[in-house]
Ligand binder design. Structure first.
Ligand code: GLA
Length: 698
C-alpha cells in the first residue's frame, strides 16, 4: 500500500493515488521534509534536504548549527535553539527556559487510523487509509513526540497530528503545539484564504506572499466569522483546472493560526495549529497533550481538484452522521418568520400551511424557554415558556406530528444570560476574570465548559427536552465569542489552558449527544457560520452557513464555503423578501436555486408570503429531493464566479459515473445589449450523449 520506509536511505514515502509525500532522516536523526507533489514511482531524493550544502548538518559543522537549523526543511520544527522561523513546538523546562530539539527514535506503520483522544478526527478502515507513527524524542527534556501521518490514497489527502508526552521527571510547559508544517522552496506562491464577517463568511481572498509571516488566525475561542482555519498556497494564476495547490485545513473549532512565511533563503514554511497566543499547557511527568488534526491536500490540477478531494474526504472520512448520504427532511424554521414573537397557535399555523406545500419538518428557533422574549434574557433556563407554548412541548410536538411534520428545536447550551435563574444561582459558572466585570456580547456570557458540573448541567438541559418528546432535529447555536478568559476551577498556572479546555468540553458534550440520540439530525450554528469547521462536521452533517440568507450574497458565501466543504454540509434556506439582512428582493425561484446547493430549507412566514410564491414550494421540494443524492455525492465544478466580478455565477455537480449532472446558473445583474452565453460543462463522459431535461435536445 501507500507508506514505505527505505531503511538504507532512511526515507519514508507516503503515496496517495496522485501524490507523494516524503520524509528523510539525517544521520543525526533530524526529521526533514523532502518532498510533496505529484506521485513519484521512486523517491531517492534525500538530497532535497540539502545537507550536503553549507552550513551542513551539526555532525559535520557544529560551529554553524544555528544556521543549519534556520534553513533545514523540518517536519516539526521546535523553538528556542536556533531556527528563527515559526516553530511548531515550544517547550519550557522546569527552570523556565524555552528550548527543544527532536530526534527520530523509531516508527510504526499501521493499516487504518487511530482515533485522537477527545478530539474530532478523520477515520478510515484498513484498506482506506494507512498511518505512519514517527516517534521522536528530546532526550534532555525527556520529551517524546509522536508525529502521525495518515495517507488516504483515494482522496489524495494526508492527515497529520502530533502527540506530545512528558516522559521525564520535571514538569514541562507547552507554549505552542501546532499540528502541521510544510517547508518548501518558494514558487512565488499565492495565498488563498477565506475571510469575512458576520453575515459575510468565507469570501475567497487571494494575495501574493511576500517576505515575512502572513497569517490568518482566530483568538475568539471559535474558528470565527472573520478568518477560517484554511490556507492554500497556489502557483501564480492557478485556476480551477491548472496549477499546483498545497492546502491545509484544521479539524478544530477554537483558536487557530494558519501561516505562510517566506524566509531569507526563499523557502516557504506553512504551519497550522492551535494559536500559540493565550495558549500554554502544563505537562506533568507522565502526561500527554494531543494536538488536533490538520488535513493536507495537494493538487496538480488546480483548485477544482483540491475542492473535489476535500468534498470526498469530508463526506467519507469526517462526517459520521447517519444522514450524510440519507434523505434529509425539508424544514421550515420560524426564526426569520417570527423572531421571538410566537406561540403554539402561530407555530401550528405555519406547520399546517407548510405541510400543505410539501414541507417535512418544523423547526422552533430561539425564544421558547424561560422568559425569552428578546435576546437579553433566559439563556441557561431551558424550561419551556408555558405562556407561549400553552399546552407544553410534548403537546406541541404531538400536534405538529399529527399535522404530518417532524419537529426540530433550537438550543444555545454554551451560554448564560445575566438575567437568568442559572446565572443568579451560579454566577461563577460564567467565564470571567476575578474582580473584573466580564464583557457582554449579545447580552450574554459564556459558560465555563472546562468544568464537568457545568457541562453536565448544560447537557442534561438539552437531553431532558429531547427525551420528553419525539424530536428529530436540533440546531445547536453559539452566539458570541470568548473573552475574559478566567475559570473559577483552574489553578493560576493552568488558566491559559482554558481556550482549549473549552473546545474539548464542547466536543465532549456533542459526543454525548450523538451517542445518546444517534438518529438525531444535528445542525451546528454560530451566529450564522462562525463555527463552520471540520471539527463540527464530525458531530453534525450540516452547519448553518450564514445569517445572510439573501440569494445574491449567498453566492459568494457558498462559493467560498464549497471551496472545501461538500454541499451536503452547507445549511441553506429560502427566506422572505425584501431580505432581512440586506433588504434586497430576488425572485423566489432564484432563492430556491441557490438554496438547492446546500442542506435545503425555508425560513419565512409561509402563512404570509404571496400565493404565487407558496405555489412554487412543492416544485422546489420535488426538485431538491430528486437531485439530493446527486448534490450530496457528486463532483462539484465551479464554472463561473460572481466573486470574480462577473455578472453571473455558475456551478455544476456531476454524478461520479457521469450519468447525470445538475447545472445552476444565476444571472446576478442584467446588462443591455448582450447575447446568451455558452457554458462549458465539466466532469461529463466524453463518449456519452446527454439529454437536456425537459427537452428532446441532446
Ligand atoms: C443565530 C442564528 C440564527 C438564529 C438566532 C437566534 O444568529 O444564526 O439562525 O437561530 O441565532 O437567536
Amino acid at each position: 500500500m501507500g507508506i514505505q520506509y527505505e531503511e538504507n536511505r532512511k526515507i519514508f514515502k507516503l503515496d496517495t493515488d496522485n501524490t507523494t509525500y516524503a520524509i528523510a532522516l539525517t544521520p543525526e536523526g533530524y526529521i526533514g521534509h523532502a518532498y510533496y507533489g505529484p506521485r513519484l514511482r521512486e523517491f531517492g531524493g534525500a538530497y532535497r534536504l540539502r545537507t550536503a550544502e553549507a552550513p551542513f548538518t551539526p555532525s559535520v559543522n557544529k560551529r554553524e548549527k544555528s544556521a543549519f537549523l534556520d534553513c533545514f526543511p523540518a517536519e516539526y520544527p521546535t523553538g528556542g535553539i536556533g531556527d528563527y522561523r515559526e516553530s511548531c513546538l515550544d517547550v519550557r523546562n522546569g527552570q523556565g527556559s524555552l528550548g527543544a530539539e527532536l530526534f527520530y527514535r523509531s516508527h510504526r506503520i499501521e493499516q487504518g487510523k487511530p482515533a485522537l483522544e477527545g478530539l474530532p478526527a478523520s477515520f478510515g478502515a484498513a484498506g482506506e487509509v494507512e498511518t505512519l507513527h514517527l516517534f521522536c524524542e528530546d532526550p534532555i527534556l525527556g520529551l517524546r513526540v509522536e508525529l502521525l501521518y495518515s495517507a488516504f490514497p483515494k482522496e489524495d489527502v494526508i492527515a497529520r497530528s502530533a502527540k506530545i508526552s512528558n516522559a521525564g521527571r520535571q514538569p514541562l510547559r507547552l507554549e505552542k503545539a501546532y499540528s502541521a508544517c510544510l517547508d518548501m522552496d518558494s514558487q512565488d506562491f499565492e495565498m488563498i484564504t477565506l475571510c469575512g464577517s458576520w453575515a459575510r463568511e468565507r469570501h475567497i481572498q487571494r494575495r501574493r506572499i511576500g517576505y515575512g509571516r502572513q497569517r490568518v488566525s482566530s483568538l475568539k475561542g471559535e474558528s470565527s466569522h472573520q478568518e477560517h482555519p484554511f490556507l492554500a498556497l497556489a502557483s501564480p494564476g492557478a485556476t480551477q483546472e491548472q496549477g499546483e495547490v498545497f492546502a491545509m485545513h484544521f479539524v478544530y473549532s477554537g483558536n487557530f493560526i494558519a501561516q505562510a512565511e517566506l524566509s531569507q533563503y526563499d523557502q516557504v514554511r506553512m504551519v497550522m495549529g492551535i494559536h500559540g497566543e493565550e495558549f500554554s499547557w502544563k505537562l506533568n511527568p507522565g502526561e500527554s497533550f494531543q494536538a488536533p488534526e490538520a488535513v493536507l491536500c495537494y493538487s496538480a490540477e488546480g483548485l477544482g481538484k483540491m475542492t473535489r478531494s476535500f468534498h470526498d474526504f469530508y463526506r467519507d472520512h469526517m462526517i459520521r452522521s447517519p444522514y450524510k448520504y440519507k434523505k434529509r427532511s425539508v424544514l421550515i424554521n420560524n426564526w426569520e418568520a417570527t423572531y421571538f414573537d410566537f406561540d403554539t397557535e402561530k407555530l401550528l399555523a405555519i406547520a399546517k400551511e407548510a405541510k400543505a406545500r410539501g414541507i417535512e419538518m418544523l423547526v422552533m428557533d430561539d425564544g421558547w424557554f424561560g422568559k425569552r422574549n428578546w435576546d437579553d434574557s433566559s439563556l441557561g433556563d431551558w424550561q419551556v415558556n408555558l405562556e407561549k407554548l400553552t399546552g407544553g412541548l410534548p403537546d406541541l410536538v404531538r400536534k405538529v406530528n399529527e399535522i404530518g411534520l417532524e419537529f426540530g428545536i433550537w438550543f444555545e447550551p454554551e451560554m448564560v444570560s445575566p438575567d437568568s435563574d442559572l446565572y443568579r444561582a451560579h454566577p461563577d459558572w460564567a467565564i470571567q476574570i476575578q474582580g473584573r466585570e466580564a464583557t457582554l456580547s449579545r447580552a450574554q456570557y459564556v459558560l465555563d465548559l472546562s468544568r464537568k458540573e457545568v457541562r453536565d448541567y448544560a447537557y442534561e438541559c438539552v437531553a431532558s427536552i429531547l427525551r420528553s418528546a419525539p424530536i428529530s432535529y436540533v440546531k445547536w447555536d453559539m452566539n458570541r465569542q470568548l473573552c475574559d478568559m478566567g475559570s473559577g476551577s483552574l489553578p493560576p498556572d493552568r488558566q491559559q489552558e482554558l481556550f482549549h479546555r473549552y473546545v474539548l468540553g464542547l466536543y465532549e458534550m456533542q459526543e454525548r449527544l450523538v451517542t445518546e440520540f444517534p438518529q438525531l439530525l444535528l445542525e451546528n450554528c454560530s451566529g450564522g457560520g462562525a463555527r463552520f469547521d471540520p471539527g463540527m462536521l464530525y458531530y453534525s452533517p450540516q452547519i448553518w452557513c450564514s445569517d445572510d440568507t439573501d440569494a445574491i450574497e449567498r453566492l459568494r458565501i457558498q462559493e467560498g464555503t464549497a471551496l472545501i466543504y461538500p454541499l451536503s454540509a452547507i445549511g441553506a434556506h429560502v427566506s422572505d423578501c425584501p431580505n432581512h439582512a440586506v433588504g434586497r428582493s430576488t425572485p423566489f425561484a432564484t432563492r430556491g436555486h441557490v438554496a438547492l446547493a446546500g442542506a435545503f430549507g425555508y425560513e419565512l412566514d409561509i402563512t404570509k408570503i404571496p400565493e404565487e410564491e407558496r405555489a412554487q414550494i412543492p416544485g422546489q421540494i420535488e426538485t431538491y429531493h430528486k437531485y439530493e443524492p446527486l448534490m450530496h455525492s457528486g463532483d462539484y465544478y465551479r464554472l463561473l464566479s460572481w466573486t470574480d466580478q462577473k455578472p453571473f455565477d455558475c456551478w455544476m455537480v456531476a454524478a461520479k459515473d457521469g450519468s447525470e449532472a445538475l447545472v445552476t446558473y444565476v444571472q446576478v445583474l442584467g446588462a443591455a445589449g448582450r447575447r446568451s452565453k455558452h457554458i462549458f460543462l465539466k466532469g461529463l463522459q466524453p463518449d456519452a450523449r446527454y439529454r437536456l431535461e425537459g427537452t428532446q435536445e441532446a
